[in-house]
Design a protein around this ligand. Sequence first.
Ligand code: AMP
Ligand code: MG
Length: 192
Amino acid sequence: MMGKKVVVTGVPGVGKTTVINGAMDRLAAEGVIYESVNFGTFMFDVACNENLVSDRDEMRKLGKDDQKRLQQAAASGIAAMSADANIIIDTHSSISTPAGFLAGLPEWVLRELMPDVVVLVETDPDQILMRRLGDASRARDMEGSRAIAGHQEFNRAIAAAYAMYTGCTVRIVENADFLLERAIDDLADVLR
Ligand code: AMP
Ligand code: MG
């Protein structure tokens, strides 16, 4: 039996990983098992071996060709995982790089992953800005809420292209302040 492949995306600081973990716990309690893989971690393992970076937040500053090579390596690593497993792929619709937005799922990545659903975790840009300011564990980009809003808009636009290419559905999950449980409910619905 083919497992379900769900790609979960959202701008840095929106709380993707938190929502994913909550939804996985909820589903596990119902006997629905998902594995979660972090696309950036796959890339980071390769980048570390090549001594390209020492921090995962440095990868988006690398040259475009390096980023695309790491991206390709991550996509084939993830595609090699069991086709029977239900998989959540924690990644980005687009990456904000110094040279502009880079597609998180360009055609050669989509061909490997062929997701059933692409989820966009979103919330109010001011809330994202505050979450970034409060997160000392990551080297988040310093940008204003207008720029964050523009990034979220671009992510929706490019997700439409992913739907055109694969026939996947696109689901928006709002992760608003104080409403994490609602976001978890919404993601769990997509996963069931
Ligand atoms: P994250 O921990 O999800 O913020 O991801 C860390 C870093 O991994 C991001 O800042 C990107 O540099 C890289 N990354 C993650 N997913 C992708 C992707 N699909 N394509 C290109 N780079 C990615
Ligand atoms: Mg994360």
